[in-house]
Design a protein around this ligand. Structure first.
Ligand code: 2PG
Ligand code: MG
Length: 444
C-alpha cells in the first residue's frame, strides 16, 4: 500500500475540443506514481446523467469550471489523501460519501470523473503497467481490441440540428484486426468527403469530426453514406455495416417526435416504422436511442420488432447506470449498453454498469463524448474491460485520433496475443443478420 498511497490531488482548468473549459485532475502517489485525466462533456445529455458543474454567468457562455476545480481542491483532495489508489472502490466510495445524491450535483460530475479516472491512472502507474493491462489483470479479464464504431457524418446537437439523426457511423466487423478496421474506415471517411465535394456540399466537419451534414433529408444522408462505402471499394453490408445514433430525446415533441428536416411530426409507432424501413433498406447493424429517454414503451416496442436484427443501444436511456441496465434487461428494452464514465461519475459506477450489461448477455460499447480532449483513458478501458466495441466520434481531429491511435499501440503491444472484437460476438451476429436484407442499388 505505501507506494500506492495518495499524497496529492490537484485540479486545474484546461480546454476541450469545443474550446470550452473543462477539469483536469492530477493524482500523486507516495511511490512516485502519477495519474492524470480530463473530464469530457456531452452536448446531447440524458437527464439522469451525473451533472456537470458549470459556473454560469457571462464568461465562456456560462460554461466556466472554477467551482468544479475548487471542489476538487477543497473537498475531494483532503478526503482522498492517505487512501490506497489501487483500491478504486474505496476511493470512489469516499467521493460518493461527500455527495451522496445520485448525480454528483454538489461536487460536479466533471470534478468527480476527472478525479476518479486520475486515481485509476495513478494505480496503473504504481503497478508499472499500462492502464489496459492493469485493468485486465486486476479484474481477471482477457484484454481485447474493440470493434470501432466511427462517425462519417455528424448531425443532431453536434451540427446545429442540420439533420435530425445525430451520428451516421460505420463499423467494420469484417476486418481482421483493429489496424485493418482503421484502414477500411480511413478510405470510407475520405470517400465520403469526396462524394460531398462532388455534390458541392463539402462544408467542414461537425463537433466530432464527421463531415458537416448538408442534406435534404435523413435518407439523403444514408444514401450518401452508402455511396461513400461503395466509392471506398467496399460492398455495403459485407465488411462494412452502418450504425446510427438517433439520439431521439433531442427531437422529442410532447408525446411524439418532430423531425425538423422532414418537417413531420411522428408518434412513437410511426418513428419506429420509419427506422424499420431504414433497417430493411440499408445494412444497419446498430441503432442507438431510437426513441426518447422517457419512452419506455417505445424502447420495448422497438426491441420486440427489431431487437433480433440490430444492436439496440441505450445511451441517454441507460446513462451508464447499473440499476437501469438491470431493469431494462428485465423489461427487454435494449440489448447493448453505451458506457460513458462521465455519465456515471466514477470509474466504479461505470464498471458496475458494464458488468450488469455483460451479466444480461448484452453487448457493451465504451464511448467518448462530443466534447473531448487528448485524454485516452477510454481506449484503455475498452481494451482492459473487454468491452467489445468503442465509439469515439469520427476519423478526424486529434481528440478522436489520439484514442484510435492509442488502440493501435495497444494492438501492437499485445502482438500475437491481440484479439480483435472478441468481446463483441453479438455485433458479429447482428452483422450477419443485417446482411440478409441488403439489396445493393436499392437506395436512391
Ligand atoms: C452520444 C454522444 C457521442 P454527446 O450521444 O452518444 O456521440 O454525444 O457526448 O453529445 O452526448
Ligand atoms: Mg448517444
Amino acid at each position: 500500500m505505501s507506494v500506492s498511497r495518495i499524497i496529492g490531488v490537484h485540479a486545474r482548468r484546461v480546454w476541450d475540443s469545443r474550446g470550452l473549459p473543462t477539469v483536469e485532475v492530477e493524482v500523486a502517489l507516495a511511490g512516485g506514481g502519477r495519474g492524470r485525466a480530463i473530464a469530457p462533456a456531452g452536448a446531447s445529455c440524458g437527464s439522469r446523467e451525473a451533472i456537470e458543474l458549470r459556473d454560469g454567468g457571462a464568461a465562456f457562455g456560462g460554461k466556466g469550471v472554477a467551482r468544479a476545480v475548487a471542489n476538487v481542491e477543497a473537498y475531494i483532495a483532503p478526503a482522498l489523501i492517505g487512501l490506497d489508489a489501487t483500491d478504486q472502490a474505496a476511493v470512489d466510495a469516499r467521493i460518493e460519501a461527500l455527495d451522496p445524491g445520485p448525480a454528483f450535483a454538489a461536487l460536479g460530475g466533471n470534478a468527480v470523473v476527472a478525479t476518479s479516472l486520475a486515481v485509476l491512472h495513478a494505480a496503473a502507474a504504481a503497478s508499472g503497467e499500462p492502464l489496459w493491462r492493469h485493468l485486465a489483470r486486476s479484474r481477471g479479464t482477457c484484454p481485447s481490441l474493440p470493434l470501432p464504431e466511427i462517425q462519417i457524418f455528424g448531425g443532431g446537437a453536434h451540427a446545429a440540428k442540420r439533420v435530425d439523426v445525430q451520428d451516421f457511423m460505420i463499423m467494420a466487423p469484417g476486418a481482421a484486426s483493429f489496424d485493418e478496421a482503421m484502414a477500411i474506415t480511413a478510405e470510407v471517411y475520405r470517400a465520403a468527403g469526396r462524394c460531398m465535394a462532388e455534390r458541392g456540399k463539402l462544408a467542414g466537419v461537425a463537433d466530432e469530426g464527421g463531415w458537416w451534414p448538408d442534406f435534404a433529408s435523413n435518407e439523403d444522408a444514408l444514401d450518401m453514406l452508402m455511396r461513400a462505402i461503395e466509392a471506398a471499394g467496399e460492398t455495403p453490408g459485407d465488411r462494412v455495416v452502418i450504425s446510427l445514433d438517433i439520439a431521439a430525446t433531442q427531437f422529442r415533441d410532447g408525446d411524439g417526435y418532430r423531425l425538423a428536416l422532414d418537417d413531420t411530426r411522428l408518434d412513437t409507432d410511426a418513428l419506429i416504422e420509419k427506422l424499420g424501413g431504414w433497417i430493411d433498406r440499408y445494412p444497419i447493424a446498430a441503432i442507438e436511442d431510437p426513441v426518447a429517454e422517457d419512452d419506455d414503451a417505445g424502447f420495448r416496442a422497438f426491441a420486440r420488432a427489431y431487437g433480433d436484427r440490430v444492436q439496440l443501444v441505450g445511451d441517454d436511456y441507460l446513462v451508464t447506470d447499473a440499476a437501469r441496465v438491470a431493469w431494462a434487461a428485465g423489461e427487454g428494452a435494449c440489448n447493448t449498453a453505451l458506457i460513458k464514465v462521465n455519465q456515471a461519475g466514477t470509474v466504479s459506477r461505470a464498471i458496475a454498469a458494464l458488468d450488469a450489461a455483460k451479466r444480461a448477455g448484452w453487448g457493451t460499447i465504451v464511448s467518448a463524448r462530443s466534447g473531448e480532449s487528448e485524454d485516452v483513458s477510454i481506449s484503455h478501458l475498452a481494451v482492459g474491460l473487454d468491452s467489445g466495441q468503442l465509439k469515439v466520434g469520427s476519423f478526424a481531429r486529434s481528440e478522436r485520433m489520439a484514442k484510435w491511435n492509442e488502440c493501435l499501440r495497444i494492438e501492437e503491444a499485445l502482438g500475437a496475443d491481440a484479439r480483435f472484437a472478441a468481446g463483441a460476438p453479438l455485433a458479429a451476429t447482428w452483422w450477419g443478420q443485417a446482411r440478409a436484407p441488403i439489396r445493393n442499388g436499392e437506395y436512391a
